[in-house]
Design a protein around this ligand. Structure first.
Ligand SMILES: [Ca+2]
Ligand SMILES: [Ca+2]
Length: 226
C-alpha cells in the first residue's frame, strides 16, 4: 500500500516538474565514498577523498586514494610515531609479523601535536580496517602501541539507494519515501548521502525526480549544488 501511494505521489510530482520545464544539468561525480570511525582520546582522524595533484606529488600509487589525517595531541619532543593499517585486529606482538600491513607512516614529534597523513591504497568495499599508532619511549613517555580506530570503507553511487549499482525507478521511489520520512535515523549514512543527488543538503522530491530522469537517460548527469 505504501509503495502504491509513493508511486501516485511520484507521478503527481513528476507532472508538476514537467510542466515547470527542464532544469539545467551540470556534470557531477556519480561515485563517492563513506568511512565511519571509532576513535580514542588524544586522537582525531579525518578521512577525505585525496586531491589528485597533491597525491601525485607524494606517490603516484595513491592516485585518487582516500586520504586520512591522524592528529595525535599527547606526544613528546623526539618521540617516534608510527601509524599503520591492517586488515586484521592485532592482539599480540607475534601477529605483527603475520598481519598484512596495508600502509604505514612514520614521523618524529617536534612538539606535542603530530599530524600523520596516510593513503590506504588497497581499500576494499565494506571491509573493516584497523588503524594502530605506536610510539617510541622518550623521557617522560613510555613506548606504546594502540588501536586508535577501526574504519569501514563503504563506497556508494550517487542515486543508487538499494546498492545494486544501477539507477532505476526503485531508487527514485526509495528517495521519495526518504523525503517523506519524519526522521532519517532508520537509514544508513551512505543512503543519506546517496539520496541527495543534487547536493542541496536536503532529501526532497526533487532528488527523486532527478533519479527518475537518470533512470530513463543513463547519460544524464546529476546537477551539483552550486
Ligand atoms: Ca539501484
Ligand atoms: Ca537534494
Amino acid at each position: 500500500m505504501k509503495t502504491v501511494m509513493s508511486r501516485v505521489l511520484l507521478m503527481c510530482v513528476l507532472a508538476v516538474f514537467l510542466s515547470a520545464g527542464a532544469c539545467a544539468m551540470e556534470t557531477a561525480a556519480t561515485e563517492f565514498s563513506d568511512v565511519s570511525i571509532d576513535q580514542d582520546a588524544d586522537v582525531t582522524l579525518r578521512l577525505q577523498k585525496a586531491d589528485k595533484e597533491e597525491v601525485e606529488e607524494l606517490d603516484s600509487r595513491y592516485f585518487e586514494a582516500e586520504r586520512g589525517t591522524l592528529t595525535y595531541t599527547n606526544a613528546s619532543e623526539g618521540q617516534r610515531l608510527t601509524l599503520f593499517i591492517t586488515d586484521e585486529e592485532i592482539t599480540d606482538d607475534d601477529q605483527l609479523f603475520t598481519a598484512t600491513i596495508l600502509d604505514f607512516r612514520e614521523q618524529t614529534a617536534q612538539g606535542d601535536t603530530v599530524e600523520i597523513n596516510f593513503y590506504p591504497a588497497k581499500l576494499s568495499h565494506d571491509t573493516v580496517y584497523y588503524i594502530y599508532l605506536s610510539a617510541s619511549a622518550v623521557e617522560g613517555k613510555e613506548a606504546f602501541r594502540s588501536l586508535v580506530a577501526t574504519m569501514r570503507y563503504k563506497d556508494y553511487y550517487l542515486g543508487d539507494l538499494n546498492g545494486n549499482r544501477e539507477i532505476d525507478s526503485e531508487d527514485s521511489l526509495f528517495v521519495l519515501e526518504m523525503s517523506a520520512a519524519s526522521t532519517l535515523e532508520d537509514y544508513e549514512d551512505w543512503q543519506v548521502k546517496a539520496a541527495d543527488v543534487d547536493r542541496s543538503g536536503e532529501i526532497d522530491p526533487q532528488d527523486a525526480l532527478y533519479i527518475m530522469e537518470k533512470a530513463a537517460d543513463p547519460d544524464m548527469s546529476f546537477p551539483s549544488a552550486a
